[in-house]
Design a protein around this ligand. Structure first.
Ligand SMILES: [Zn+2]
Length: 568
């Protein structure tokens, strides 16, 4: 293709509202333009990169025997009401009404639709197993769209669903996806890690997430450099951790004391001279319509995922100030468990502690000498997030916390949808059985964004050859020079003949402009055709690492082709 004919609206300045590198570079390199919050147009270069990614995804999904379908984005409410997710999805789901006032939604995922198809059509065990997939636009009414294509309201997903006769069959489908995902992300040129995303403590089904480490990410993972253990931070099982100081001295009789204006754990710690580990942090959450008091050690953070599982309400929310006032007679900052008639959930780390500090349920007062199990009763469980330095669940080494972007997720659904939506087949004996299901997702744009986050520099993207919109840009320094123009064209055609995705920068621009643009759009290789071309020499530049070498003009295309094979 000829650059002079293309629409590649590059920008010299970094757009002010773009914070993370992938967002800045997608805008600057002319890949995308925003049309509404979290809704983007994919221009020529983005679409080209995304088509390369989806081609890799398709090849690997087809390779495990998955069958490609295309399911409707527009779904009737009834299907989602059957599974119970019409209410559960809350404000995250785009909803609309048709002209007959019937409720519809824009699908965020397709478990309901595939289960409805399966129950209407699958009759016999002989028809199983099945793996169905699609690459389809999904919708999510994200409250705070940001970070370019990382948190959006409309996006592309590869989602697949497996149907099997029994758990052993599901294991096979799950492993096929696991292996296919590894091949997909490796072929896309990403460095990624695979983390456990389930927790035995919650009785959850098996699940893994595929993560790329990035400061732009919003997921945290726990990593053990010693044994290689890694897990989603929200769900990783927390290990016992000793407090910074022994239990405070005291007679285990709660005693009120005045703490004027001290509301936070840090303020009370400073006021009392006791470490944060000697305090109980009180959080009030509304789950299943009732207030629940949650206690964690002063220095710990609540895992919302663990709480949701414990409370049995994924749609829980923080209590409003007036709800807290009504239940405790005090405002946040002075809340505690003593004398409270609510369900109390307490983190394991508080079990066996004595003479702790907690709010007194009276504004500007706290209690000292509070002992869990004596002064109040609670259900003890794992409720906290793993912190950096906590012991590894497998080997005891202090763990690290890393920020990541999730690019894929595989999940054993079990019987949730087949049971609630009535999917049955007959087995060999003629008895009715319920198939077991799995669900597997890949964020298509996230692969592109994650690749940019991983591989960029101050000048632009350094994309892996497999997903870059163009593999090589051929740049004549002076297009008005007939010899340079002819040399560039011959290299360009030689690249095309070798099946390379080549772009000829035939624009009548200063060389600096052309080099800057080529750097920005992230093509892995550039062939610069300058004055030395008359003597049969051109310059080959590898975008990542900027290695530059002079190569004979006649061999330039072959050299690029061999490097592409080498890096993939
Ligand atoms: Zn370990």
């Amino acid at each position: 293709m000829l650059w002079s004919r293309l629409f590649i609206p590059t920008l010299r300045e970094t757009p002010v509202d773009a914070e993370v590198p992938s967002h800045q570079l997608l805008l600057r390199a002319g890949y995308i333009r925003q049309i509404a919050a979290g809704v983007y147009s994919y221009l020529f270069l983005a679409q080209r990169a995304l088509l390369k990614i989806t081609r890799i995804v398709r090849e690997e999904m087809d390779g495990i025997g998955a069958q490609e379908l295309l399911l409707p984005a527009l779904n009737p409410a009834e299907l989602w009401q059957e599974s119970g997710r019409w209410d559960l999805m809350g404000a995250n789901m785009f909803r609309l009404r048709d002209r007959f006032q019937r409720d519809l939604c824009l699908a965020m995922t397709h478990e309901e639709v595939v289960t409805a198809i399966a129950r209407g059509e699958l009759r016999s065990y002989k028809q199983l197993p099945q793996i169905w997939y699609q690459i389809q636009t999904k919708f999510r009414d994200e409250p705070r769209p940001k970070s370019g294509l990382l948190r959006v309201r409309q996006f592309l997903m590869k989602d697949s669903y497996s149907f099997d006769l029994d758990a052993a069959g599901l294991d096979v489908a799950y492993q096929k996806h696991y292996d296919a995902y590894c091949r997909i992300f490796t072929r896309c040129g990403l460095e990624y890690s695979i983390v456990e995303a389930h927790s035995g403590a919650m009785g959850g089904s098996q699940s893994h997430e595929f993560m790329v480490e990035s400061e732009a990410g919003e997921d945290f993972i726990v990593v053990c450099r010693q044994c290689g253990y890694s897990a989603n931070r929200e769900k990783a099982a927390a290990q016992p951790t000793p407090p910074a100081a022994p239990d405070p001295e005291g007679d285990m009789t709660p005693e009120e004391f005045h703490t004027p204006g001290r509301k936070t754990i840090a303020e009370v710690s400073e006021f009392t001279g006791l470490p944060e580990t000697s305090q109980m942090k009180s959080l009030v959450l509304m789950a299943n319509g009732a207030a629940v008091l949650v206690l964690v050690r002063g220095d710990h953070q609540l895992s919302e995922t663990k709480f949701a599982a414990a409370a049995g309400d994924p749609a829980f929310r923080p209590a409003h100030p007036e709800e807290i006032r009504a239940a405790f007679g005090a405002d946040p900052g002075s809340l505690g468990p003593v004398g409270v008639r609510l369900r109390i959930l307490a983190d394991h780390a508080l079990h066996g502690r004595r003479n702790m500090i907690a709010g007194a349920n009276r504004d500007d007062y706290h209690l000292r000498h509070v002992t869990p199990g004596e002064d109040f009763q609670a259900e003890f469980m794992d409720l906290r997030q793993v912190e950096a330095g906590d012991a590894c669940a497998h080997c005891g080494t202090p763990v690290e916390i890393r920020k990541t972007v999730e690019i894929g997720h595989i999940f054993k659904l079990g019987y949730k949808y087949s049971e609630s939506m009535g999917l049955h087949v007959t087995n060999a004996e003629g008895a009715e059985i319920t198939p077991i299901m799995g669900s597997y997702g890949i964020g298509i744009e996230r692969i592109l964004s994650a690749a940019i986050e991983l591989y960029h520099d101050a000048d632009g993207m350094c994309l892996p050859a497999a997903i870059a919109p163009f593999t090589v840009v051929v740049t004549p320094v002076n297009i008005a020079d007939a010899a340079q123009k002819a040399a560039a064209e011959s290299i360009y055609h030689a690249c095309l003949d070798r099946g390379l995705d080549a772009l000829l920068d035939d624009r009548d621009e200063r060389p600096g402009v052309k080099f800057k643009d080529a750097d920005l759009i992230g093509a892995p290789f550039r062939v610069t055709v300058g004055r030395k071309a008359a003597a049969g020499t051109v310059e080959l530049v590898a975008r990542r690492g900027r290695q530059t070498e002079d190569v004979p003009l006649a061999e330039a295309a072959a050299r690029v082709a061999s490097k592409v094979t080498h890096v993939n």
